[in-house]
Design a protein around this ligand. Structure first.
Ligand SMILES: *Cc1c(COP(=O)(O)O)cnc(C)c1O
Length: 395
């Protein structure tokens, strides 16, 4: 049996009818962009995330870009972020004209390491006479874009401490973490609600996937929400008057209508992903592989959260990762490498002046991490095949 990394067949089979109906209704309405479907889906996301405002956007990438624009990030700024993420996180920072200021990850969570942020300030930054933090080359450091990678939230308590101390605005790239929770103070906070703004992607392979590109920003501040709606339409307000330069970051009605059909299932899907992860954990231990490979950490389990992890990806660390991947491929098991190269080593960022060895944890993750098949409907039989092939390789 072939085991794909992600299989959307079952999801489509179950929801085909209401999805077709939703598309038909949009076609009949002749409202295709930023209409009632977008409004309704924004409202549904507000309710789901317990966020006061939601702004539908054309993609997760555009969500990140729009937030950075609304924060006035641009030339003369440096924005702290992780080198171990999908390209868009740092790509958007660079596109504003700001400099991505990379900080290494925590090897357990794969997320940006709070103490490394502090070290970065101590080593590379200083306060000027206005009390603003600047890099050695003089860029202001006032924003951090953190990423809740693979469906696990960053350590927000520690990040909050650092961001308060250095007066950083926190933007959450929650593209892989919709619904994921963190034990933030007294409450179970959803990804995207712990900083000034949270960005979601509804790329088809994300946990909540559209039939094309789509994204969303959530935030608490009403003024920011209003600004984001303006940036979403070329910075236009009122019509044909432009105070700021925005972009076409609008969300389509068809995408919003499809996503609104799917959203009520998200909790169930996250629980099913977690059950699949539990099965991997138990069976890999039973097969004696717990010492040979490193399973994903669950640091917030048992802290009163439902979605302590939403397993957008199930990522293990393995020695001889590339040989293992080849072996699994021979057994018809599809895997993926997220990500093979730290962003500081990408050709397009050579101008930033980083070199190999600058972020040892990100580089080690890039060498060792391997994503195994996971999706809500994955069968235990398919998982047993994966576990069998792993055993075969290590024993
Ligand atoms: C998918 C993703 C994005 C980009 O979202 P798109 O909708 O594909 O533009 C940004 N950041 C991370 C971490 C992602 O996984």
């Amino acid at each position: 049996m072939r085991v794909p990394l992600l299989d959307l067949n079952e999801q489509y089979r179950t929801l085909a009818e209401p999805i077709h109906e939703a598309i038909r209704a949009v076609l009949a309405s002749h409202r295709f962009i930023l209409g009632p479907q977008v409004k309704a889906f924004e409202k549904a996301i507000c309710a789901y995330c317990k966020a006061p405002h939601a702004i539908g956007l054309s993609s997760g990438t555009d969500a990140l870009l729009a937030v950075l624009m609304a924060f006035g990030v641009g030339p003369g700024d440096a924005v702290i972020t992780t080198p171990y993420t999908f390209f868009a996180t740092a790509g958007c920072i660079a596109r504003t004209g700001a400099r991505p200021l990379f900080v290494d990850i925590d090897p357990i969570t794969y997320n940006i390491c709070p103490s490394a942020i502090q070290e970065c300030f101590e080593k590379n930054c200083q306060r000027d006479s206005n009390g603003e933090w600047k890099t050695r080359s003089g860029e202001r450091v006032r924003v951090i874009v953190l990423v809740h990678l693979f469906g696990l939230c960053c350590e927000m308590d520690a990040i909050h401490e650092v961001s308060e101390h250095y007066r950083l605005d926190v933007i959450e790239d929650a593209a892989q973490a919709i619904g994921a929770e963190y034990p933030f103070g007294e409450r179970a906070a959803k990804a995207g609600t712990m900083g000034e703004a949270g960005c979601f992607s509804f790329y088809p392979s994300k946990n909540l996937g559209a039939a094309g590109d789509a994204g969303m920003i959530i935030c608490r501040d009403e003024k920011l929400a209003r600004e984001l709606r303006i940036f979403r339409e070329h910075g236009m307000e009122p019509r044909y008057y432009h105070r700021v330069i925005g972009g076409n970051f609008r969300l389509d009605e068809i995408q919003a209508a499809i996503l609104a059909v799917k959203l009520p299932y998200l909790e169930r899907w996250s629980a099913a992903r977690r059950a699949a992860a539990d099965f991997y954990r138990a069976e890999l231990a039973r097969a004696g592989l717990a010492e040979k490979i490193t399973l994903p950490a669950e640091p917030y389990r048992g802290r009163g959260l439902t979605n302590h992890h939403i397993y957008h990806q199930y990522v293990i660390r393995a020695p001889m990762r590339d040989d293992l991947r080849e072996h699994l491929a021979k057994r018809e098991i599809e895997t993926a490498i997220y990500y093979p190269l730290g962003l500081h080593e990408q050709k397009c960022f050579a101008y930033l002046g980083y070199k190999k060895g600058d972020f040892p944890q990100a580089e080690r993750a890039a060498r060792e991490a391997l994503a195994l098949p996971i999706y809500p409907e994955i069968s235990r039989e398919a998982q047993r095949q994966v576990i069998g092939a792993l055993s075969e390789f290590f024993n």
